[in-house]
Structures are given as C-alpha cells and as structure tokens.
Design a protein around this ligand. Sequence first.
Ligand code: AMP
Length: 282
Amino acid sequence: MRVVRTRAALREALATSPRPIGLVTTMGWLHDGHRALMARARAENGTVVATIFVNPRQFNVATDYSKYPRNEARDLAICEGEGVDLVFAPEVDEIYPPGFDTTVSVGAVAQPLEGAARPGHFDGVATVVAILFDRVGADRAYFGQKDGQQVMVIAQMARDLAIGTRVVTCPTVREPDGLALSSRNVHLSSAERAAAPVLRRALLAAHGAWHGGERSGDALRGRMRDLLAEEPLADVEYVSVADAATLQELEVVDRPALASLAVRFGTTRLIDNEPMGQPTPD
Ligand code: AMP
C-alpha cells in the first residue's frame, strides 16, 4: 500500500494502477462502516484508492472540525488490512491552495434536512468530492447509506458535472444494538451511548407502522417523535418522512420514501435513516 500526500504523487501513482479504480472517500477515524466500503471496492476493482481528509469546508461549526477524532497510523493499518492499494492523505493546503475560491453548490436535494440544519455543509462536501473525483478519475466511488442525503447530493453533482465516476451506495453498518457506526460515537458518554440506539428504534417503529399500512406522513413522523420522547438524553433536531427522490416531506406516503432523523446527545449530533419502499442499496 502506498500513501501519497500531494496531487502530483497521486497522479504518478495512478498512472500505473490497474483499472477499474474504486474510490472510498473518508475523514478518517475508520470503523467497520468504512471497512465495508473498502471491502466492496476491493471485490469490484483492480485498484482501490482511499482518501483520508478531514474537510474543513463541510463543518459549519469550527469546534466540530477541531475536535473531529484523528489517528492516521491506526487508519492506515485498517486500510492496509482491507487491501487498499493507495491512500491519498493530503494536508488542507493541498486540496485548497491559497487563493482557492470555488464552491460546488448542489440545488434542491441539498436544501432540506442536513442542508437546512447545517448551512454550508453540502457545499463543502460537494466541493471536496468534486475535487477528489477529478483527481482520482475513479470508475466507481463507494458511499454509505448512513449518510443518505449525502449520497443523493453527490450523485446529483456527478450527474450534472458529467463526471464519469459511478456512485455506489452501500448498506449502513451497525453495532449489535442498532446504533449506526460513526466516527462521532466516540464522543458519547456512557449514558449517551446507552441511550443512542433510540434512533434505530424510532426508525424501525416508523418502518413497522408503514409496513402495517400507515400512510400518513404526520402519523409516521409522530411515531418517531413519541419513541424519541421516551429517552430524556435525546434532543431531537428533526424527524422526516420524505420523498426518496426529492427529500420533500410527504403528507401521504404513496411512493418510495426515506425516514430520517437527527438527534443530539449532549454535544454529539447523530443521524440515521431507513428507506421505506425503495430499492435497498446496490
Ligand atoms: P466519513 O468518514 O464519516 O466522511 O464517512 C466516509 C464514508 O463512510 C461515507 O460514504 C459514509 O456514508 C460512510 N459511512 C460512515 N458510517 C457508515 C456506516 N455506519 N455504514 C456504512 N457506511 C458508513
């Protein structure tokens, strides 16, 4: 496995890399969710490229960026264990050199939910992913359903900019108690960690009601709110049952939908989602 830190070294390493190329973009502090993306990329490609870059532009709160967990040595060992061929781990200036002044801003699908709760977040995501897609020229890039809106934003960006990288969505990897793996889980206190599976319970309650024939968006959102209200440490930011294609809230769930939520436990913000009646990830 090679580790490169500059665009020039990346270009040189890619020149001799067998195709197809599979890309996994990460912010490090790798866990089994990232591993699953790497394993899928390994199974489907001649070369696997992983990026480790804590992208300052996608944090709308500066302290969230500074306290984001980092451990490169451990991350590199995980990449190696998953058969990654090439890791691109640049410094901030290598991605955003002095004078950098372009933002990739995706339209409607980036506006609700995470877009509304975290102003500027998806501009930061789309900008860095556009740069990484361009630099790597991957045939496929692997993303987690855990960040469901993010995949939709990236797919829209790649389509609109005619980038030839296929966006592949992979299932969410969870702890045995249902909590979605996230680099942010490390910030949970033990009481918060014990409370956090309520996200999954709320989503499953809504999914169960939908499966049982409930089609009222309000009723399904209410179901999630009721579950979350039982957990005193859970501070709800939003609950949503939205059109799976547009992410607009649904009054009547008469089409494929995505149930999603964002909940704070102390200073840690967790998100999760569950598709309703849409194809499961690729
Ligand atoms: P991050 O390092 O948080 O930016 O995540 C990098 C990639 O890993 C993104 O495509 C995420 O959606 C994906 N990912 C994060 N957590 C999980 C998980 N629990 N299951 C599957 N994919 C995940």
